[in-house]
Design a binder for this molecule. Sequence first.
Ligand code: TXA
Ligand code: MG
Length: 321
Amino acid sequence: MQKKSIVSNNIKKAIAILSNNDVVAIPTETVYGLAGNIFSQEAILKIYKVKQRPSFNPLIVHVDSIQKATELASSFPEKAKQLANAFWPGSLTLVLNKSDHIPNWITADKETVGIRIPNHPVALALLKELPFPLAAPSANPSNRISPTKSSHVASYFQDSIEMVLEGGECKNGIESTIVGFENNEPVLYRLGSIAIEDIERVIGKIQIKNKKEITPNAPGMLSKHYSPLTKTYLVDNVNEFIKNINGKKIGVLSFNNSKLSVEVDHIEVLSKTGDLSEATAKLYSALHKLDSLNLDIIVSERLPETGLGKSINDRLERAAK
Ligand code: TXA
Ligand code: MG
């Protein structure tokens, strides 16, 4: 007998499960998250277990208002306020010194907490109803491709969680941009849905510490991450790379070009018009698709290193490690 789908749009049911120390996958505008009550150690342990996430890697806390976000932090630097006003609700996570009432099981014993107001009507409606904030990492097993559709989550966690709250396809398509503060100066820990250029337009030049080697502060930025199971390559010139490969089933992830000089088994084009926002929104879906086709290799094209192109290249570099 076929199993009943765990995908549902019943917000009341999600509230009941979350209020009962259990987890629900929720939509956001970046990627789906695996959510639990930050004050329930049982729920948080379940998130770590279901995702097989290392215990040293802290979770982001989600709320629906700046007022609630302010209560989670012991201090809110001026530049953090400017960023919050410019981008919340939206795809920005601020890492700030935590208030005393934030449990250590959220922060992996760190003194800081990651905070975000997601810009998704379903997530906001849910957060407004709940008497507690939600911790939510991306709803994928550690190191795998993040989910941008409810079906992606269901295929990962059909047997381990009770519910995915339906919210359609995530319109931004990659994770939030993370900004923290060191000696009161802003530091960008993760490239994401908001381009660096847009962050700098609000607060001026920002230091970038996006690579794990120099970022003990962002433990989640492991060099291998966001990975298909299929061996993946990131190259500057797809035609050059594939012309020397024989006898393999090849899938190609192209920015805007659907015509290759060599025939391949499957090609995913991120944006026919070369639009970086569209390409970002489609990135993970295209990787999920390519990874489902039993190919021998995925060959992915490097995007222009500008705006969201930098964020996409960052994810592709980790996928290809
Ligand atoms: O867009 C997003 O941010 C999604 C949606 C669901 O909100 N969430 C997400 O969470 O991507 P996650 O856990 O997959 O990635 C969060 C990253 C991790 O790399 C973690 O190490 C880092 O944020 N992080 C969380 N709290 C932190 C803290 N206090 N200090 C430094 N890094 C932190
Ligand atoms: Mg993640």
